[in-house]
Design a protein around this ligand. Structure first.
Ligand code: ATR
Length: 280
């Protein structure tokens, strides 16, 4: 098992999966492969030839992996990104377990019933996984997609609306648009990279004043574990949840796909926390 990325040495996935193998007494191993852009197809053919069971795919290879596999799941099709490859009888099958990871993370945060209206900040790769997860979740009727580059928000909203049959509304990432979008919304998701280490004092919100009680704020960022946006949410009486669990559950899903075993989620979460602490 392994992960392909570039660079990839910082990845905490090896610790997470190797601890899981150890906990289950499995004689398996997960390693990091630094693969150059343009080499993804050959790398995947290599893992097939070597008898590797599968790999995770991380930045910047999720799109290249999408075009390199033999088959794609509906989640991979909807996001245009493959983050997990499983070799099934010689065929490379591309999955996107970020979609499942986000759904499970919400469940673990106590959001079994999703609100009718959600607001999504960002329109990149991470936002696509969240948009599809929300657009296929029970209970969600409307998702407002706000992004700095409004055209990307529009493109994502059009496509997800068509794909899921739910209402997706695009907008710019401005104070007025955020205030309007949050009216009647129960969930705000940050899928932009704003606030990520090392820019820890930045928030994707032009102003925090639209946040308030009754709102759940889910930040996909996990370094730092408590972002500026999460602090703003706490200060305004909203409930803030960080991105670690999405990482845990996308990994847990991949683990299940490769091994068929039930993933030891708590062991995986602890291993990730340790690895992230050691790395930063
Ligand atoms: P990922 O795959 O992690 O989603 P990405 O595709 O590069 O990465 O997307 C990054 C997201 O963060 C985008 O929505 C980006 O907005 P643009 O589409 O306008 O580029 C958003 N983002 C990054 N830096 C930002 C900033 N300083 N202010 C607002 N949004 C930002």
């Amino acid at each position: 098992m392994g992960v392909i990325g570039h660079p990839v040495a910082h990845s905490a996935s090896p610790q997470m999966h190797n601890e899981a193998f150890r906990a289950l007494g499995m004689d398996w191993i997960y390693v990091a492969f630094d693969v150059r852009p343009g080499d993804v197809k050959r790398a995947l053919e290599g893992i097939r030839a070597l008898g590797v069971r599968g790999v995770n795919v991380t930045v910047p290879h999720k799109g290249e992996a999408f075009t390199s596999v033999d088959e794609r799941t509906p989640e991979a099709m909807a996001t245009g990104a493959v983050n997990t490859v499983v070799v099934e009888e010689g065929r490379l099958v591309g999955h996107n377990t970020d979609v499942y990871g986000f759904r499970e993370a919400l469940r673990r945060a106590g959001l079994d019933h999703l609100p009718e209206k959600a607001v999504l900040l960002g329109a990149g790769g991470a936002a696509r996984a969240v948009a599809y997860a929300l657009g296929t979740a029970e209970g969600v009727r409307e998702v407002v997609v706000l992004n700095r580059t409004w055209e990307r928000a529009e493109r994502l909203a059009d496509e997800m609306g068509e794909r899921t049959g739910r209402r997706f509304l695009p907008g710019p990432l401005t104070e007025d648009a955020v205030r309007e979008a949050l009216e009647g919304a129960g969930l705000l998701v940050n899928a932009t990279s704003v606030g990520m280490h090392p820019e820890v004092d930045a928030s994707p919100l032009p102003s925090p004043y639209a946040l308030g009680p009754g709102l759940v704020v889910y930040d996909l960022i996990y370094i730092p574990p408590r972002t500026k946006l999460m602090q703003q949410a706490d200060e305004r009486g909203a409930r803030a949840v960080g991105g670690l669990d999405m990482l845990v559950y996308q990994g847990a899903r991949a683990f299940k796909l490769w091994t068929g075993m039930n993933p030891p989620v708590d062991v995986m979460r602890r291993a990730l926390e340790e690895a992230l602490k050691a790395g930063h």
